[in-house]
Design a protein around this ligand. Sequence first.
Ligand SMILES: [Zn+2]
Length: 119
Amino acid sequence: MLKDDDYKLIETAKNIIMKNFDSDNWCHTVGASLLTKSGKIYSAVNVDANLKSVCAEHIVIGMAISDGERDFEKIVAVYGKDKQEIIPPCDYCKDMLKEYAPNIKVIMPNEIIFNLKDL
Ligand SMILES: [Zn+2]
């Protein structure tokens, strides 16, 4: 059961990819939003260059860390241009989150919230 704050986080992720979706040139297809314990929301899109791709989750965690944040509450990623779908973190993201945000909650498809450690 999601709360207003969760929908706001999802909406922020949808907005960032809606604004920046580009499957032809840069392959920006995913948006992620991160809620910190201090109540700030950060959002980012993925970056794709040649064969190396960096997930939006990595970038959004990096943004928050660069801004001095260390404690994270919740994260969500969405894929798509017009009708975005919530997507689960990939294994690479799960490993990163386990190090940087072991207690984070993840909003998953079907609007279910999981603790990262249960994924
Ligand atoms: Zn990933």
